[in-house]
Design a protein around this ligand. Sequence first.
Ligand SMILES: [Fe+2]
Length: 455
Amino acid sequence: MKQAIVGAAIAIMVCEAASKAGAEPKPSFTETRHPLEPRCAYVRDLDILHRTEADVAALRDLFKSTPLLIFPRRAGDKGFLSPAELQEFIKEFDEDHDAEALARPADFPNRMLHPFVQIPGVEHMSPRGFYSAPELYGIKNFSVTPEEVLADVHLWHTDLGGHPFKLPNVVTGFHFIKQPVIGGETDFISGQTIYEALPEPMKRACAQIVLELDRGAFLSGDTIVDYAGAMKVRRPGSQRNDAAIQCVPLLYGPEPAVLPQSGFLESVAGWSRERSDAWLRKFMHDHVLPHSERHSLYTSLAGGSNECANFNCVKTSTARRRFSVQWRPGDVAVLDNRKFVHAAAPYMRYRKYADSDQRLLLQTFLPTHRPLTYLPPREWDAAALVDAGWAADAQEADDAVRAARAFFDEKCKLKSSDCGTCASSGGDGEGVPTAPVVCGDASGGGAAEAPAVAS
Ligand SMILES: [Fe+2]
């Protein structure tokens, strides 16, 4: 006992000495990495409402390397965060957040990123899910349901990706109030993890193409996807709508991240729908979705030969790209929307299940001033597409590279109406010198609104 008391006294003296010496206060939380994707972490024991400066500094650091943070409800917590409390917390994760738009949303309609129901006084926050109540957050006769096109498909997307005039948010925030017992999860795939696992020829190739997206065609049901979100399904007779097409890179920066937005894909720029659909399906199956490792397993198990070309050889899967997060009431989540694609679990098969008929979350797409970062290649190299197996011949490769080059030539000019920063994706050499260019209200406002989608 005496030893314990002496030990405690020494500990107090050490703390006091550290305090007098100006030692940094320590953050109050602990973190656990997601077992399938270390770029996702569960942050425990943080008192969100009484976070300290040390907490915030450590969380910002963590968010740079771990762009999906989940804050499970602490034991003993009562109630939920209010929309305003949640917004104040989410703001900590984007130092470039658009304070003007948050404070005066009516003055900046093009910087209101979500198209959903707005909460009076906290308009950038929206209640989502499937839920109704006589009144919720000051909204009378509140009722929300998910979009019908998401009933039975995984829509792999980034929030606002390919929007005609809104600058996609850095941070998407969630707070779960009611969750189904079965269903209601969100699936994520890290664009950085996809990129890192690509064979070298594909790493080179993915900087050489851009994607043409049409968000409206998906939401109208003209060009949807299969359940897995890998195979395009075109409504018979539907036509490409040139006026609605928005080009986006496949590869974003500053850390290389491949973000295949399969749901909104119209085509790979320069290619026909048929060619693009075939590329998408193979790319999603082989390099994005989790059953993609079979071929590499054959190769490694058979020592590079084809001896092991039957399914019995596959004993385990090494795929760790796609993972599901099953939310629980009270969870808060902060997502770097420019580093992951995500998809809500299709709701058709669980929503009428007992105990699974309600879902309610608060969601925000936080407006930002941070420009997108593009990573055009240091050299245009159509042969890279042939090497990667993406183009059948030089002509097909040239067609895609010509279209990509036109996109980057346009985006990487320093213009006040541009929305991006260009850096080089190539090797160890010097990057293309650039300066940030920020989208403002003048960046195309007035175009037709394209709805965002559920998470
Ligand atoms: Fe989303």
